[in-house]
Design a protein around this ligand. Sequence first.
Ligand SMILES: [Zn+2]
Length: 178
Amino acid sequence: MGAHQSSDFVDLWKLKIPTKSLVFAWRLIRDRLPTKMNLSRRQVTVNDLMCPFCGGAMEEAAHLFFSCSKIQPLWWESLSWVNLLTALPQNPRDYYLQHVLGYVEGKKQIRWRCWWIAMTSTIWKHRNKIVFHNDTLDGSKLIEEAVLLLWTWIKVMEKDFAIHFNQWSSNIKEAFSN
Ligand SMILES: [Zn+2]
């Protein structure tokens, strides 16, 4: 689709987070994750094609990660941290670009990009727990886990970052404001 030519996608690889998380984000942006619909397109037999979160739509990446009625409120919550109210895009690539461009200026922009990856990879982890281990979705637990993941990345990325997790996460808006 040519999107990888864009410098915004090259910048993805400059983020100093674990490679497996970068690879995950890359696969999501290019719609290469083994979602049920992608498996079925590859002639893999999938008995239940429905979204494991809501059960009301086919499990496409764009639905599973963003437009699902169980997931969208979690994005709205984090968008409220940066006082952002806007229409959400329809596919993972545009979602990523929306996160990269515009919302937050300056040094906190890197954190905001990482937040996108922390959120999407935690959504995928919870999806797998539901699909393979019959777990149930707990949205607030999902957000908490994603926030913890982001904090562990920032601790490695930013040398002067020394805020205790409880203090940092209880004032999460500050994490994205300059
Ligand atoms: Zn759904």
